[in-house]
Design a protein around this ligand. Structure first.
Ligand code: HEC
Length: 203
């Protein structure tokens, strides 16, 4: 009697199988959760990508304005709209747009530019109704960028529009006095337009 096993062989096998299955399920879930956390941290949202690009564009323009344009001015070389044909270097707005032109040549379907509802030149006006809506949205609420998705040529794009404000008196003076400008009443901190960033998603 004393030597009788606590359980018979078949029930031990069943119990073993249940224990194994239980552990397998637990391990599976732990693994899956760990992997999900990893996958989540590896993904970057389209909004975040746009935020990064915008941060670079803004910093580059400020860097160029403060460390190149201002310094050259003291040396007698001005930032000048007609820099291509005359003595001088690009205006900060043109510096950004020229980078945008070079990026567009790279065939990445990625683009950025400065645009406005009241641009100095018509080619800086909105390219679509969607851009028009985005520019007027950031005009009314400059702290919040305007985001949207676009379907074009069978591709899906993310577009972010950030308000571009007259952060210095130089912006105001030049834009108010430019012969081509449709506005003469701009003040410091007014929204002059927006930085439009567009790139493909879901590729
Ligand atoms: C010395 C003159 C000058 C200054 C200073 C200047 N801009 Fe401009 N800005 C221009 C010209 C000229 C264009 C058009 C350039 C082009 O399309 O080749 C332009 C274009 C723009 C555009 C695109 C829409 C449009 O009107 O064509 C925005 C937005 C803009 N500037 C914002 C600013 C901001 C913000 C500042 C200050 C941080 C600033 N600009 C300073 C002359 C100036």
């Amino acid at each position: 009697m004393e030597n009788q096993p606590f359980m018979n062989r078949p029930s031990m096998v069943v119990l073993g199988a249940i224990a194994f299955a239980f552990l397998a399920v637990v391990f599976f879930w732990v693994f899956k959760l760990a992997l999900r956390d990893r996958m989540q941290t590896d993904m970057v949202s389209a909004e975040k990508v746009a935020t990064f690009i915008h941060a670079i564009l803004e910093s580059d323009r400020t860097n160029y304005t403060e460390n190149v344009v201002s310094k050259l001015k003291r040396e007698g070389i001005d930032a000048h709209e007609h820099w291509k044909n005359e003595r001088g270097v690009p205006l900060p707005a043109q510096f950004l747009m020229e980078s945008g032109r070079l990026v567009a040549l790279k065939d990445l379907n990625f683009s950025f530019r400065l645009a406005s509802l009241n641009p100095i030149y018509v080619w800086n006006g909105p390219n679509s109704d969607r851009e028009r809506v985005g520019l007027s949205t950031v005009q009314n609420n400059p702290v919040q960028p305007h985001y949207g998705f676009i379907n074009k040529n069978g591709m899906r794009f993310f577009q972010a529009i950030y308000a571009d404000r007259a952060v210095s008196q130089a912006c105001v003076d030049c834009h108010n006095n430019h012969p081509n400008s449709p506005r003469r009443d701009l003040k410091l901190n007014d929204v002059l337009g927006g930085i439009v960033i567009t790139f493909p998603v879901g590729e």
